[in-house]
Structures are given as structure tokens and as C-alpha cells.
Design a protein. Structure first.
Length: 147
């Protein structure tokens, strides 16, 4: 067996609201991320945007449906999944999608940039613990922390 690696991490904005479906009593959501980059070519600043189809299953699909919408910035982590099929016209077609395994909401409630809001994983759906407020504990800086 080969020691191959299939891992992708991306930050982008949803192109449209996620498309949610139930398949055999399991949730599935499909969405497209727009991922922009800026680069220089021959002394000129250029921009390009890539569009990446994504799919998530189970509880993660439910979370994406509930907390994301068109324009929302998110970070996804997962693997690339290759699919091929034959069209009704008899031609071969294929697509590579991101099979999302973890997701992080980014930006503020209106979809802008800023600090992260929350994270979700297909493996970890318990309630997250709030960050402790060290000021309430009398801790002013890192040297006051007893560990």
C-alpha cells in the first residue's frame, strides 16, 4: 500500500447559498468557494479567482447549512475527491471536489473579515468550552499563569 497524501486547506467565500439535501437519512450540502490570489507579473499587480466545488456530509452539512450563506468567508480542510461519469450524450465527464472534513467560520456576522467565530469538524460536534477570562482570575500577563 502506498503512503500517499490527499489533504487540502482553503479559505474562501461562498459563491451562493449552500445547496442542502437529505440522502438516505444523511445530510449533504454542496457549495462553491471563491478563492482569490494576488500576484505580480512583469511588474504589474494581477488578481485571479478560482472556484472550487465542495461537499460535506452528516452533522457538518447541517452546521454549514445553518451558519453559512452567500458571501460568508470560511476555512475548509479536507481531501480532494475525483468523480467520473458518462453524460447522456455518451461523453466522459469528470470533476474534482473538496470533500470537507473540517470547517471554520471566519469574519463577522455580515461576512466581512476579522477574527474567527467557531469551528466544526465531522468528528467533533460537542459543545465548545468558552475561553477562560484570565482577568477574572487575577492573571494580568503570561508570567502570572502557574503552568
Amino acid at each position: 500500500m502506498a503512503n500517499d497524501l490527499n489533504k487540502v486547506m482553503m479559505i474562501g467565500r461562498l459563491v451562493r447559498d449552500p445547496e442542502f439535501k437529505q440522502v438516505n437519512d444523511s445530510s449533504v450540502v454542496n457549495f462553491t468557494l471563491a478563492n482569490g490570489r494576488t500576484y505580480s507579473s512583469q511588474g504589474q499587480k494581477k488578481e485571479e479567482t478560482g472556484f472550487f466545488d465542495c461537499v460535506a456530509w452528516g452533522k457538518l452539512a447541517d452546521i454549514i447549512k445553518q451558519y453559512t450563506a452567500k458571501g460568508k468567508q470560511i476555512a475548509v480542510e479536507g481531501r480532494l475527491q475525483f468523480s467520473s461519469w458518462e453524460t447522456p450524450e455518451g461523453k466522459k465527464a469528470s470533476k474534482v471536489r473538496i470533500f470537507v472534513e473540517n470547517m471554520q467560520l471566519l469574519g463577522n456576522a455580515s461576512g466581512g473579515g476579522g477574527g474567527g467565530e467557531s469551528a466544526a469538524s465531522r468528528d467533533d460536534f460537542g459543545q465548545s468550552m468558552p475561553e477562560p477570562d484570565y482577568n477574572d482570575m487575577g492573571i494580568q500577563d503570561d508570567e502570572d499563569i502557574p503552568f
